[in-house]
Design a protein around this ligand. Structure first.
Ligand code: ZN
Length: 99
């Protein structure tokens, strides 16, 4: 199970994945590519389906994410920074060929 904080069902919301209506709220973290940058947004209020674990956002959250993207995910509004390792699949193939 995922460690999500559930606060009850959301009436009238249907899962786009399986059509189920047992939908709860959770705070999720998601990564977005914006031009050449990778940005992470935390504490996104997401709707989570109890049936298939599909995560989706309500209209208001989508608008808010669009606004943030439209602003170019301004660094001065970021709470924190992550260093992320970058891998190339090409390296995997080369390692495979050497052995
Ligand atoms: Zn579902």
């Amino acid at each position: 199970m995922m460690s999500i904080e559930s606060s009850g069902e959301q009436p009238g919301v249907v899962c786009p994945g399986c059509g189920g209506s047992d939908i709860g709220m959770a705070q999720v973290r998601s990564a977005f590519f914006h031009e050449d940058r990778l940005v992470v947004v935390e504490d996104i209020p997401a709707l989570v389906c109890a049936g298939c674990n599909e995560q989706f956002y309500d209209d208001q959250t989508v608008v808010w994410l669009d606004l943030l993207r439209g602003a170019g995910f301004p660094t001065e509004r970021a709470r924190d920074e992550l260093r992320v390792p970058v891998f190339s699949f090409r390296d995997c193939l080369m390692t495979e060929a050497e052995t």
